[in-house]
Design a protein around this ligand. Structure first.
Ligand SMILES: [Zn+2]
Length: 386
């Protein structure tokens, strides 16, 4: 009897030490993974290697499933650095913890990993992600849950865009959006991209099919979208993403350091929309924003437009507090650049480098608008706007 107790205690301590020491992640005793111990240990040790590669070089990792490979790589890249906290100034603030593991199909398993920190007497969850494990011919491969979670979804190819959706599909909106994607590509001198588009009910659903059950930064967010490579996860429950498609193209053609965001936002508003929805769920258009700006200028003719451009304004708060008047003015300026200098001028402006100083230097060179004459010239653009 005594010997049994001693043996059990020894095994208990040894297993717990192994759990604590062997892996980069913690496995609480309550995890009730119904698989044989050899397979379990194999999955855990491979998962450990996977996490090493996620924070190192995931592309050289042989454990990533080849089916849907680029999608899997992009998902695992999103897990990089989830241990870090800026607020608590630590690179390993959130500890990884396996919180659930179960079989979903023969030789296929689902793992949930939580990133948990502790501060001011409270536990804080940064993220809970889902990783799929396939066991094939004695080897273990990992992937995102995207395919598994969307197998029942329907698909439709519209021009260059492959849509995935659950129920309703508005072909007219899809055809219009596909045309606007080609219009943007042609303006920028690019070949239209082959896109994959997941139409999701809301952002949390989009995030979940990507592989995130929860993320602290997106707590409560429901109207957002995510883009991974050429795949759009749209959380507005419609078939277009007219604003962000412009950013998808510019990301392909301009080095991150050279992107001018004041110009990009302006053109994304102008060629697409303002990204954010109104209370009724409809996405706000640049035209309605320009009209509000025109009304504001008509009511207050001595308004300082440069100041309005450079500071936070509340003129659009009735529609959405996220809309920036700066982007609306930039969109009118960009329209003028396109009118006078064509798409060549637009391309020069979006790649003029970071910051408003570069934006002003370039619009001065292209169409003669600068800080000195901004009020007069931009007022003319607004007044002319129909
Ligand atoms: Zn944008």
């Amino acid at each position: 009897m005594r010997w049994n107790i001693f043996l059990s205690l020894f095994i208990f301590i040894t297993i717990n030490e192994l759990k604590a020491q062997d892996h980069q992640f913690y496995i609480p005793d309550y995890v009730n993974f119904d698989a044989d111990s050899v397979l379990k240990e194999k999955i855990y040790s491979n998962l450990n290697t996977l996490f090493g590669s996620i924070n190192g070089d995931i592309r050289s990792c042989r454990l990533v499933n080849n089916g849907n490979y680029s999608q899997n790589i992009e998902f695992f890249e999103c897990l990089k650095g989830l241990e870090a906290s800026k607020k608590y100034n630590a690179t390993d603030f959130y500890k990884k913890q396996l919180i659930n593991a179960y079989r979903i199909l023969p030789n296929k398993y689902l793992l949930n990993i939580a990133y948990v920190g502790y501060a001011d007497g409270c536990p804080i969850i940064n993220n809970i992600c889902t990783i799929i494990v396939d066991e094939e011919n004695d080897t273990i491969k990992f992937s995102s849950p995207l395919e598994y979670r969307t197998t029942e979804w329907k698909s439709k190819q519209v021009g260059n865009i492959l849509y995935h959706y659950k129920n309703e599909f508005n072909i007219e909106v899809a055809v219009k959006f596909e045309a606007s994607s080609r219009y943007i590509a042609s303006n920028l001198g690019l070949t239209p991209l082959d896109l994959i588009f997941y139409k999701c009910d809301n952002f949390q659903e989009a995030f979940r099919i990507i592989g995130f059950e929860y993320d602290l930064s997106y707590n409560g967010k429901y109207k957002e979208s995510w883009i991974l490579g050429n795949t759009i996860f749209q959380g507005f429950n419609n078939e277009k993403i007219s604003h962000d498609i412009f950013h998808v193209y510019t990301a392909k053609m301009i080095d991150t350091r050279d992107r001018n965001w004041t110009a990009e936002e302006g053109i994304a508003y102008s060629w697409g929309d303002a990204y954010y929805p109104k209370q009724n769920g409809e996405i706000i258009s640049r035209n309605e924003l320009a009209q509000i700006l025109k009304d504001t200028v008509n009511k207050t003719p001595d308004i300082d437009l440069l100041k309005l451009f450079e500071t936070r304004s509340d003129i659009y708060d009735g529609l959405s507090p996220n809309v920036k008047v700066k982007s609306v003015m930039s969109s009118l300026i960009c329209d003028e650049v396109q009118k006078q200098k064509g798409n060549k001028g637009i391309i020069e402006l979006i790649k003029c480098g970071k910051g408003d100083a570069n934006f002003f230097i370039t619009i001065d060179k292209l169409i003669g608008i600068n800080r000195g004459n901004f009020n007069k010239k931009v007022k003319e653009l607004i007044e002319r706007y129909k």
